[in-house]
Write a protein that binds this ligand. Structure first.
Ligand code: DGT
Ligand code: CA
Ligand code: CA
Ligand code: ZN
Length: 587
């Protein structure tokens, strides 16, 4: 197979790809019973690569990667090969040995490499389906180290996996799509390319990736697309449409259209379906016919330069893709009343970042310098609080030490400013996690629920409202606690929470971490109408993750928010004023 493939344009392999490959190798080594030191070596290397803030290709080229702790000569060679060819020998050898379904079992929560090895070795289980069957037959419970409870947990986890596994995080799909787009763009004769579908609309999870292109000749485009190195299966290959499944499991559709069809095709394949249906009805009312091929008057296609021209023909302003959910955007576009949406370039800083003082992977200084390098003017540090023992939460003395460290750093980094905050657990009764004297030393407090989610809706709501009413609380962190594709949020009456936040002037966090994106964009307009203000926070645990802020901006745009709605679009002076005012109401 591999030999028959045409040479394809090299596609950038990302840090995340390399880290994932190394992690998979560690897992496969464990499953095949390799020696624990080698397994650890690949695990450590994977973590080290994930935490790198510099460009991986540059570090490999200069050889500097060898100086990073956790990267030995042999793994260095693997990383180099991966960057050059998309894979490395050991990875390919293991993939030939370990069935893909066995590796897939690792995606079921609770199924670590040890458990996967046990069911594979002892029961011959080779897929998630077979795992479920073994559980139903009671075969898991009798394995050494398993038991009834573990069996039940695994069955529940399989059910959750099925519920969520058909979709992918925006960030995962985005990285994959960007690479495919890059490869498609390099095919000679390709003119225009565009990502469509839910990805262009910035949905928090993505069913499949939709890509559009125009080209003089579709055939070479389809050839390249269907033979990309991470393509696992080609579902269909045709002159205008091809579909593939990538190794990650994500499906990708590529359509090649004529240049004059491009604007209508881009609009159609951006969706949403509901938005399209409404727009098509508007076209009909004006005596046109609209479909994926164009806007027609009788038999004649109306020439359109771009999407702007398409909307204009229908009496509408161009609608930003994030708003195309049939949630009032069509009426607003007709009335020329669409909001001026917030943009990443409006962001001047961010809050809620972790450091090595709790469970982060970068030091205070590294985080501050990374934020500065992104062009930010300020950064808020909010490490975990003392009750979060699992995350190495800060004891009182550590809070004081960090505040001193921040003062020192601020003197050095002027005019850049680090704000001293904390991510305080909201305790079961709604109290914050420190005494008032400790809280009083901080610039701001993010209050978040991290444990004991099992309360009723009334209890959870009361708990959060109590925390929001605390005069020390500045921001409410990840308001529902959901983890995309794995855990629904706790039950909570958001209206009551919004009311409390508006009343006590507590910012609601739009947690921009790609597995959270919490507050959900569907609730933002309601919150805004109730007088709530927002803050977009990356919940970064290393320097790279500060850039997660942009995912938060994406969902804020979906929530119709403008620059004025988020604290972190404000100047340093304004932020200081606002935080001072919040502090003035403390007892
Ligand atoms: P996904 O993939 O589930 O995250 O969501 P989408 O929105 O990307 O959906 P997808 O990939 O099935 O289709 C891409 C776009 O194509 C969709 O947003 C709108 C358009 N489309 C697909 N099927 C239909 C249809 O039956 N009617 C209309 N009006 N549009 C459609
Ligand atoms: Ca799609
Ligand atoms: Ca699709
Ligand atoms: Zn948190």
């Amino acid at each position: 197979m591999a030999g028959s493939r045409k040479p394809i344009p090299p596609v950038a392999v990302s840090k995340a790809d390399v880290a994932r490959a190394l992690r998979n190798v560690a897992a496969m080594l464990e499953i095949t019973g390799d020696n624990p030191f080698r397994i650890r070596a690949f695990e450590n290397a994977s973590a080290a690569i994930e935490d790198l803030s510099d460009d991986l290709a540059t570090l490999v080229e200069s050889g500097e990667l060898l100086e990073v702790r956790g990267i030995g000569k042999s793994i260095f060679a693997d990383v180099k090969s991966m960057l050059e060819t998309g894979t490395f020998d050991e990875y390919e050898k293991l993939r030939a040995k370990v069935p893909a379904g066995v590796l897939e079992m690792l995606r079921v929560t609770g199924m670590g490499p040890k458990k996967v090895k046990a069911v594979y070795d002892k029961l011959g289980v080779k897929s998630v389906d077979e795992l479920e069957q073994a559980g139903r037959d009671g075969k898991l419970a009798v394995l050494p180290g398993f038991g009834e409870k573990t069996q039940l947990n695994i069955l529940n986890a399989v059910a959750r996996y099925r519920k969520y596994s058909k979709r992918f995080l925006f960030s995962t799909a985005y990285d994959q799509a960007s690479k495919i787009l890059e490869a498609v763009r390099r095919v000679p004769g390709v003119k225009q390319t565009m990502i469509g579908g839910s990805l262009r609309r910035c949905r928090e999870t993505i069913g499949d990736i939709d890509i559009l292109a125009t080209a003089a000749d579709a055939e070479p485009v389809m050839d390249v697309f269907t033979t990309l190195p991470d393509v696992a299966t080609v579902i269909a290959k045709g002159p205008t449409k091809s579909s593939v499944i990538m190794q990650s499991g994500v499906h990708v559709d590529l359509r090649v259209v004529h240049e004059n069809e491009f604007p209508a095709a881009v609009h159609y394949f951006t969706g949403s379906k509901e938005h399209n249906t409404e727009v098509r009805a508007r076209a009909k009312k004006r005596g046109f016919k609209l479909n994926e091929y164009g806007l027609f008057e009788g038999e004649n296609a109306i020439p359109l330069k771009d999407e702007v021209a398409l909307f204009a023909k229908l009496g509408m302003d161009w609608v930003p893709p994030e708003l195309r959910e049939n949630a009032g955007e069509i009426e607003a576009a007709e009335e020329h009343a669409l909001p001026q949406l917030i943009e990443m370039s409006d962001i001047r800083g961010t809050f809620h970042c972790h450091t090595t003082a709790s469970d982060g992977h970068a030091t205070l200084r590294e985080m501050a310098e990374a934020a500065q390098a992104l062009g930010f003017e300020y950064l808020g540090i909010a490490d975990h609080s003392q009750t979060a023992v699992y995350a190495n939460g800060l004891k009182k003395a550590a809070v004081e030490k960090q505040r001193h460290d921040i003062e020192k750093l601020n003197a050095e980094m002027k005019p850049f400013v680090v704000f001293a905050g904390i991510e305080s657990d909201i305790l079961a009764d709604g109290r914050l996690d420190y005494d008032d004297d400790t809280l009083a030393t901080l610039d701001y407090v993010v209050a978040s629920v991290h444990g004991q989610f099992t309360g009723t809706e009334a209890q959870m709501t009361q708990r959060i409202v109590t925390a929001v009413s605390n005069p020390f609380t500045t921001m409410l962190g990840h308001p529902t606690g959901r983890l995309l594709l794995s855990r629904d949020g706790y039950p909570v009456n958001l209206i009551a929470v919004f009311e409390a936040c508006a009343k006590h002037k507590v910012f609601i966090e739009i947690n921009a971490h790609p597995v959270r994106l919490d507050l959900d964009w569907r609730h933002m307009r309601t919150a805004k109408d109730m007088g709530v203000e927002f803050v977009i926070n990356p919940d970064a645990h290393n320097t790279n993750e500060i850039a997660y802020t942009r995912y938060g901006v994406g969902v804020a745009r979906k929530g119709w928010l403008t620059k004025d709605d988020a604290l972190n679009t404000k100047s340093l002076a304004a932020v200081r004023r606002i935080l001072d005012a919040r502090r003035a109401r403390r007892p």
